[in-house]
Design a protein around this ligand. Structure first.
Ligand SMILES: C[S@@+](CC[C@H](N)C(=O)[O-])C[C@H]1O[C@@H](n2cnc3c(N)ncnc32)[C@H](O)[C@@H]1O
Length: 382
C-alpha cells in the first residue's frame, strides 16, 4: 500500500497514486482472466521525487506490485499470465534506476526504454503483442505533448489510458500570447473551438469546464467509449492542480474506475486536511485547530459526494427517454457514471427510488428485485 509518510510536501502525488494503486489492482486482476498477456506502459516513468528505496511511492513501483500480485493469484488458480512493464524515461540518472528493477521483479518482464516517449511510440507499440491488453499511463511533468503524435497509442484496441493533464499550468498558458506557448497548446489541444469559448468565459469554473471539455474531445479521437476526468486539488488550497483523464472502451472499466475514484477522493479529503493543518499550525502554533480542520475536510468530501449523487439523480431522469422510445438500463447507467462521480450501486439505488416515486418506469421489473437489472427497459413517466 502507498504510504502517506513518503509524500510530505507532494500530497497531490499521494492522491494520484492511491487512485492508480486501487484501479490497477482491480484492472490487472480482471483483464488477466481474459487476456494471456498484460502490458503496463509508463510513458514518463521517473523515478521522480521518490523517497522510498523500493520505489513504492512511484507509479511504476505501484504498477509492478499490482502486476506481481495478479500474476501470483492467477498462478495459484492454475492460470499463467505474462506480465510486462515498458518504462520510458529520458533523463539518464532516472533511467539508470529503472535498470535496477528487473532483478527485484523476476516474475515480470521489465523493459526500460531510454529516450523521448513520443519518438519511441513505434518501438513501444511493436513490443506489445496484438493479443495483449495494455494500460498506458501518460504522466508528463509538463504539458508540451503533441496529441496527434499519440494517436497510434490512443487508437490501439484492447487498451486503456490514464493521462495527467497539468490543468493549472495549461490554464495559465491559455492566457499567454507568446507564439511558442500558443503553438504548444494548440498541439496539445488540436481539435475544437476552445480558444473562442475561453475568450467569453466569465468565471474560473467556466474556464475549467471548457478546457476539460476540449481535452475530452481531443482524447475521443481514440474511440474510447468513455472518458472521465478526476480533478486533483492543491493540497493546501481549494484549487485544481491537475486533471487525470481516464479513457476506456468498456462499461465495466468505467464502473471500477468510479469505485476507485470515490475511495481516492476520500483519501484526498484526508490529505488535504493534513496539509491544511500543517500550514495552519506553522502559522499559528495552535494545535487545537487539528480536530476542527479534520472535520471540515471530511465534511467537504461528504458534501461533494452528496452533491454528485443529487446530480446523478437528476441526470437519470434527464437521460431516460420518453415512453415511446425506451432504452435498456445497461445503456443508461454508464451515461450517468461518465458524467458524475458516483458508484454504480448508488445509481442502481437511485433508479429504484425513482421507480418507487413513479418518476421512472421499468415495465420488466420482477417481484423481489431491489435494483434494476441490465436488460430491463426504462423510460420516463409521461
Ligand atoms: C511527473 S514525472 C513522472 C512521475 C511518475 N509517473 C510517478 O507518478 O511516480 C515525469 C518524468 O518524465 C520524464 N520525462 C519528461 N519528458 C519526457 C519525455 N519526453 N520522454 C520520456 N520521459 C520524459 C521526466 O524526466 C520525469 O522523470
Amino acid at each position: 500500500m502507498v504510504d502517506i509518510e513518503d509524500y510530505k510536501g507532494r500530497e497531490q502525488s499521494y492522491v494520484k497514486h492511491v487512485l492508480l494503486e486501487q484501479y490497477l489492482e482491480a484492472l490487472v486482476h480482471k483483464t488477466a482472466s481474459v487476456y494471456p498477456h498484460i502490458v503496463y506502459v509508463d510513458g514518463f516513468a521517473g523515478p521522480w521525487q521518490s523517497s522510498n528505496e523500493q520505489f513504492e511511492d512511484t507509479s511504476f513501483g505501484i504498477a509492478l506490485r499490482a502486476l506481481r500480485r495478479a500474476k501470483a493469484s492467477w498462478k495459484a488458480a492454475g492460470r499463467d499470465v505474462t506480465m510486462s512493464a515498458i518504462l520510458v524515461e529520458k533523463t539518464p540518472a532516472a533511467f539508470q534506476q529503472l535498470l535496477t528493477l528487473q532483478p527485484k521483479f523476476p516474475d515480470i518482464n521489465v523493459i526500460p526504454e531510454k529516450g523521448d516517449f513520443i519518438s519511441l511510440i513505434p518501438t513501444i507499440l511493436a513490443t506489445i503483442p496484438a493479443r495483449a491488453f495494455a494500460f498506458f499511463l501518460l504522466d508528463p511533468k509538463g504539458w508540451r505533448i503533441p496529441l496527434k503524435a499519440l494517436q497510434p497509442i490512443l487508437a490501439r484496441d484492447n487498451s486503456e489510458v490514464l493521462f495527467n493533464f497539468m490543468f493549472e499550468f495549461i490554464n495559465r498558458a491559455a492566457s499567454i500570447d507568446d507564439p511558442a506557448v500558443v503553438a504548444g497548446l494548440n498541439e496539445l489541444l488540436p481539435f475544437g473551438d476552445w480558444r473562442t469559448r475561453l475568450s467569453t468565459a466569465q468565471t474560473s469554473d467556466e474556464r475549467k469546464a471548457i478546457l476539460i471539455d476540449a481535452f475530452t474531445q481531443c482524447l475521443s479521437t481514440g474511440n474510447y467509449k468513455h472518458i472521465c476526468e478526476t480533478t486533483i486539488l492543491r493540497p493546501d488550497k481549494d484549487r485544481a492542480l491537475y486533471s487525470l483523464f481516464y479513457g476506456t472502451r468498456h462499461d465495466v472499466g468505467l464502473e471500477v474506475f468510479r469505485d476507485c475514484q470515490v475511495r481516492a477522493l476520500e483519501a484526498q479529503a484526508a490529505t488535504r486536511a493534513t496539509a491544511k493543518v500543517d500550514s495552519a499550525e506553522r502559522k499559528t502554533g495552535q494545535t487545537e485547530l487539528f480536530g476542527s480542520l479534520h472535520e471540515m475536510s471530511a465534511n467537504e468530501a461528504t458534501a461533494f459526494l452528496d452533491a454528485e449523487r443529487k446530480k446523478a439523480r437528476d441526470a437519470l431522469v434527464a437521460l431516460a427517454p420518453a415512453s415511446s422510445s425506451p432504452i435498456l438500463y445497461k445503456d443508461l447507467w454508464p451515461q450517468v457514471l461518465v458524467r458524475h462521480v458516483v458508484r454504480r450501486p448508488d445509481v442502481n439505488k437511485l433508479a429504484a427510488e425513482l421507480r418507487k416515486e413513479d418518476v421512472l418506469k421499468f415495465p420488466d421489473w420482477e417481484p423481489k428485485k431491489r435494483v434494476p437489472q441490465p436488460e430491463y427497459k426504462v423510460y420516463r413517466s409521461d
